[in-house]
Design a binder for this molecule. Structure first.
Ligand code: SAH
Length: 362
């Protein structure tokens, strides 16, 4: 199928079924079985649409591996445990993570890895990236319950989960929807009346023209974690771009070939994401009985795990050219005008589990 056919397929679905809520539009564009962006494309990396931390520097996956090893130690070194990665992209983070676990052979021997991925194209790339490891891994499309202590990791996964947008109108809220504009394209329209979720963490005045985003899927995800935590100890690590103050406005964005575009410009051909509202996420997780850490900036988290020391080690025997490349990648991950503060880290834990670097309520 060509890109044009996929795009035409998505447009005709919106025309037939629309107006669609922003969440349904996002889910359609990203995950439609035939036409969806993630189903068809391997879009991550320098040659794709966007680049992520593990693709920028190997230190990212390595340090997350060290974090997992420390969680495993804190869990009492179980002889069997799982690391489940949600939305593993090209498999690069997991490859670097597993390489880092070589320093603790006992940990490496005890781990079972699961990759939760809906994209067949990316699952193939993951298998290729993971090489010899691939034979021992499991792929799934949902989080399956297990009796093994479980560590969940997810980088840039939450931002791809669909959001609803609610618009304020005359003191109330309506669903923001996407419809045919009659000119061959799409436009936003007001949909049916809607209300803020009961458990919304902040009171927001409904003066006209505000947009509030509500991430669908988070409740199901947190419920799945809570169920898992009844079977065995659970720790989870989420890294994403976003904000810690709810009520932020319209953050829906499309990225195509490393450039921002209108969310309507290239349905199915552009990545559609929206900022993660960390307060709402923490609220949903806490509501299921999990403990939730305060969010930390990516720079603080990676700094705490020793990114500077790791970089010094990597550059020690490197040529001047290699060294410049390694240092530029690390700078991009931690500097405040790149990803250092825009990206945040939050951890969830079942009772009795400690999260290194992150601080949990006692
Ligand atoms: N973690 C990777 C990729 C981030 S892109 C990295 O840091 O490079 C988002 C990833 O989540 C992709 O692998 C995409 O296919 C996957 N994904 C998106 N929605 C998903 C869903 N509902 N279930 C499982 N995987 C999903």
């Amino acid at each position: 199928m060509t890109d044009e056919e996929a795009q035409a397929g998505l447009l005709s679905i919106v025309k037939q079924r629309g107006p669609l809520s922003v969440a349904d539009y996002m889910a359609l564009c990203l995950t439609h079985p035939q036409f969806g962006y993630y189903r068809r494309r391997d879009a991550i990396g320098a040659g794709g649409d966007f680049i992520t931390a593990p693709e920028i520097s190997q230190t990212f996956g390595e340090l997350i591996g060290i974090w997992c090893a420390a969680v495993w130690q804190g869990m009492g070194r179980p002889t069997e445990f799982r690391i489940v990665e949600l939305g593993p992209g090209r498999g690069t983070l997991m490859r670097d993570l597993l390489r880092a676990l070589h320093v603790l052979p006992e940990c490496l021997k005890s781990v079972r890895v699961e990759l939760m991925e809906i994209s067949e194209a990316l699952a193939k790339t993951q298998a290729a990236t993971l090489g010899d490891w691939a034979a021992q891994l499991r792929w799934s499309t949902t989080l399956e319950a297990s009796d093994a202590p479980t560590i969940i990791i997810a980088n840039e996964f939450l931002d791809a989960l669909p959001i609803r947008q609610l618009s304020s109108r005359s003191g109330g809220w309506v669903e923001r929807c996407v419809a045919d504009d009659g000119l061959g394209g799409l436009m936003f329209v007001d949909g049916p009346p809607a209300s803020l979720p009961k458990a919304w963490p902040a009171k927001l005045p409904a003066s006209d023209g505000l947009i509030v985003e509500v991430r669908t899927g988070i409740k199901d995800l947190c419920d799945a974690f809570a169920r898992q935590s009844k079977h065995a100890p659970l720790a989870a690590l989420f890294i994403d771009y976003g904000h810690t103050t709810p009520g932020y406005g319209d953050t829906l964005q499309a990225v195509h070939k490393h450039a921002y575009a209108s969310p309507f410009a290239n349905p199915g051909l552009a990545d559609l994401t929206a900022q993660v509202d960390f307060t709402a996420f923490a609220h949903a997780a806490t509501g299921t009985g999990l403990r939730t850490s305060a969010p930390l900036s990516q720079a603080e988290f990676l700094g705490g795990l020793g990114i500077i020391e790791r970089t010094a080690r990597l550059t020690r025997d490197a040529s001047a050219r290699q060294r410049a490349g390694i240092e530029a990648g690390v700078a991009r991950l931690i500097s405040p005008d790149a990803m250092g503060t825009r990206f945040k880290v939050i951890g969830l834990a079942s009772s009795g589990v400690d999260l290194p670097i992150l601080s949990l309520p006692r």
